[in-house]
Design a protein around this ligand. Structure first.
Ligand SMILES: Nc1ncnc2c1ncn2[C@@H]1O[C@H](COP(=O)(O)OP(=O)(O)OP(=O)(O)O)[C@@H](O)[C@H]1O
Length: 130
């Protein structure tokens, strides 16, 4: 399935464990949309289609979530999902542990654009030391 944001279209899809994804932004959720996505993940036909309607629906799959991957100088991996809030809630609710993702490697300055002053608290001192 082709998918993901415009920026991530050329990036290959991969499956990451839901438990590895950091979600720093508290979501505002539409539970009907989540339930519709849960039905897709469970290979069911959704009772409700959110607007704007998906271009297509592949049973058992959701479009890839864009994930930023930061690898610290010590070799620790951090995976950040800044969007995809509804999809990630749907994976949780459907108890599907592998998330379809598009992973983009980022540098410390790029990560800081998203996390601002919280960056040190989230990824630890290593980031401040670089
Ligand atoms: N029931 C569904 N089955 C499959 N795909 C769906 C379904 N509902 C929505 N989608 C698609 O999932 C993608 C993500 O939807 P959307 O942007 O609304 O949520 P999100 O990115 O997971 O959450 P947020 O935008 O709040 O971070 C869109 O391409 C949308 O068309």
């Amino acid at each position: 399935m082709l998918g993901g944001s415009l920026q991530s279209r050329a990036i290959e899809q991969q499956t990451l464990p839901l438990s590895s994804l950091l979600r720093p932004i508290p979501p505002v959720l539409d539970h009907k949309k989540i339930d519709s996505m849960v039905q897709t993940l469970k290979n069911e036909t959704p009772d409700f289609i959110p607007t704007p309607a998906p271009e297509s629906i592949t049973p058992g799959e959701l479009p890839p979530v864009d994930v930023l991957h930061y690898c610290s100088p010590a070799g620790k991996d951090f995976y950040f999902a800044f969007g995809g809030c509804h999809r990630l809630q749907a994976y949780e609710k459907a108890q599907v542990k592998g998330v379809n993702c598009k992973v983009l490697k980022v540098t410390k300055p790029m990560l800081k654009v998203y996390l601002g002053g919280s960056v040190d608290a989230i990824v630890g001192e290593e980031l401040a030391e670089e």
